[in-house]
Ligand binder design. Structure first.
Ligand SMILES: [Zn+2]
Length: 382
C-alpha cells in the first residue's frame, strides 16, 4: 500500500502542550475541519495510508485522548505522546491519497487565538500546503538536520475497545485487560528506546457510522505498515462455561489456516463473532490458502513465527502459565502482514484462577514484561 511522508518545516519552537482537537463538520462544502491549538509554532509531518491520516507534531506533549468524529468524513481521532512528539491519528470514512482528500496547515495567532494546526478532510479536497496565511508554511524552508538512525517502531494493538468489549466473564472484560497490558508493554519498549504506535490508547474502537468490525480490524492492520518493524495484537481467550474450568494458558498465533475446529471457532470470535466473524474468517481462510504459494508472504510468516516463538517463551517464563504453544489461525487483523505480525491470547478470562490473574495488575505486568522481552529479543536479532 502506498504510504507517503510529507515534511513541512514551519519554524522550530518550544511547544509545551497542544490542546484537544476541535471538530467541525462543514456539510455544505463537504469537508470536516479538525483544529488543534498550539501555544507556539510547531513542526508537523503527515503520513496517509488508506483511511488513516497520521500527523506527527514536533516537539509537543499532549494530554492523550481519543473520541469519535461522527461526521460524514471523520470516524474517530486519537492523540498520544510518542517520545518527544505528539501523534494525531485521524480515521476517515473515505480513502486518502498523497494528493487528495486532505489538507493541513497552520494558522498564525490572531487576537487571543494561539497558533492553530488545521487538518481538513474531504474526498474532493486536493492537498494544499498553505493556509490562510501562505507565508506561514514553507515546505522544508529550513533544511532539516540529517536524521539520527531511525528508531525501531513497534505497533501494539490492544484488542477490541469502545462498543466492542471482546470476551467478558465474572473476572474480566477483554478490552480493559488488553489496553492495560499494551500500555505496560509500551512503557517497557519506550524505556528501551523503541518507538511505539498504539492502534488505540483509550476505550474506543475504530468504528462508527457505516464502519463496523471489519472496518475496525482493517484500520488496525493498516497501522502495521512496511516502515514499521513488528505488529503485536493482544487478546484474551474464552470458552463456553461448560469447559471454563479446563481451558487455560497462553498461545501466540501467526496468520494461517486453523488446524482444528476449536482454533477456527476462536478466530471467528476474534473476527467479530456471529455471522460477521464467520464471513471474515472464511475470507481469511481462502487467503491463507492462496498465500501458501506466495514466497514473500511465506517469508513474512517465517519471521512472524520467530517473533511468536520469542514472545510465547518469554511470557511463559515470566508468568508460569500453561503453554499452549505457537499456533496459526485466520485472524483478520494479521491477515496481510507487511511486517512480522502476531496475535497473542494472554490467557482465558473464563478460567477461575487465570481469570482472577488477568484481573490483577501484578499479573498483567508479568505478561507485559514477557511480551516486551520477546519483542526486544526479536528486534535485537533482526
Ligand atoms: Zn479478542
Amino acid at each position: 500500500m502506498a504510504s507517503l511522508l510529507l515534511l513541512f518545516s514551519v519554524g522550530v519552537a518550544q511547544l509545551n502542550g497542544v490542546g484537544t482537537p476541535r471538530i467541525a463538520a462543514h456539510p455544505e462544502n463537504k469537508f470536516t475541519r479538525v483544529v488543534i491549538d498550539a501555544p507556539t509554532k510547531p513542526k508537523f509531518s503527515v503520513q496517509v495510508r488508506g483511511k488513516i491520516l497520521e500527523m506527527r507534531i514536533s516537539p509537543a506533549r499532549v494530554v492523550a485522548g481519543s473520541g469519535g468524529g461522527d461526521t460524514a468524513e471523520l470516524v474517530s481521532w486519537q492523540l498520544e505522546n510518542t517520545g518527544s512528539d505528539a501523534l494525531l491519528t485521524l480515521r476517515t470514512t473515505f480513502d486518502l491519497a498523497s494528493n487528495r482528500g486532505w489538507k493541513a496547515f497552520i494558522i498564525d495567532p490572531t487576537g487571543d487565538q494561539p497558533n492553530r494546526i488545521v487538518v481538513d478532510l474531504g474526498s474532493s479536497l486536493g492537498v494544499v500546503t498553505t493556509g490562510s496565511k501562505p507565508s506561514v508554511v514553507k515546505p522544508a524552508a529550513s533544511k532539516p538536520k540529517a536524521p539520527n538512525k531511525p528508531k525501531l517502531t513497534v505497533v501494539l494493538d490492544p484488542g477490541h475497545g469502545g462498543i466492542d468489549p471482546g470476551m467478558s466473564s465474572a473476572f474480566v472484560v477483554e478490552k480493559s485487560v488488553t489496553l492495560s497490558i499494551a500500555l505496560k508493554v509500551r512503557a517497557i519498549l519506550q524505556s528501551n528506546n523503541v518507538q511505539v504506535v498504539m492502534t488505540r490508547s483509550g476505550d474506543y474502537a475504530w468504528q462508527g457510522k457505516n464502519c463496523a468490525k471489519r472496518c475496525d480490524l482493517d484500520a488496525r492492520a493498516n497501522m502495521g505498515s512496511s516502515d514499521r518493524n513488528a505488529f503485536v495484537s493482544i487478546h484474551v481467550n474464552a470458552v463456553p462455561p461448560a469447559s471454563a474450568a479446563r481451558a487455560q494458558g497462553i498461545a501466540t498465533y501467526v496468520f494461517g489456516q486453523s488446524p482444528d475446529a476449536e482454533t477456527l471457532a476462536q478466530a471467528e470470535r476474534e473476527n467479530g463473532g456471529g455471522s460477521t466473524g464467520k464471513a471474515l474468517t472464511r475470507q481469511a481462510r481462502n487467503l491463507a490458502q492462496d498465500l501458501i504459494n506466495d514466497q514473500l508472504a511465506q517469508l513474512n510468516v517465517k519471521f512472524s513465527r520467530r517473533l511468536a516463538g520469542l514472545i510465547q517463551t518469554a511470557t511463559i517464563n515470566t508468568t508460569g502459565a500453561y503453554n499452549r504453544s505457537v499456533k496459526q489461525a485466520e485472524f483478520w487483523v494479521i491477515m496481510k502482514p507487511r511486517i512480522p505480525s502476531i496475535l497473542i491470547e494472554v490467557g482465558f478470562g473464563s478460567h477461575p484462577s487465570e481469570g482472577k490473574n488477568l484481573a490483577s495488575d501484578w499479573y498483567r505486568q508479568k505478561l507485559a514484561l514477557g511480551i516486551a522481552r520477546g519483542i526486544l529479543g526479536f528486534l535485537n536479532a533482526n
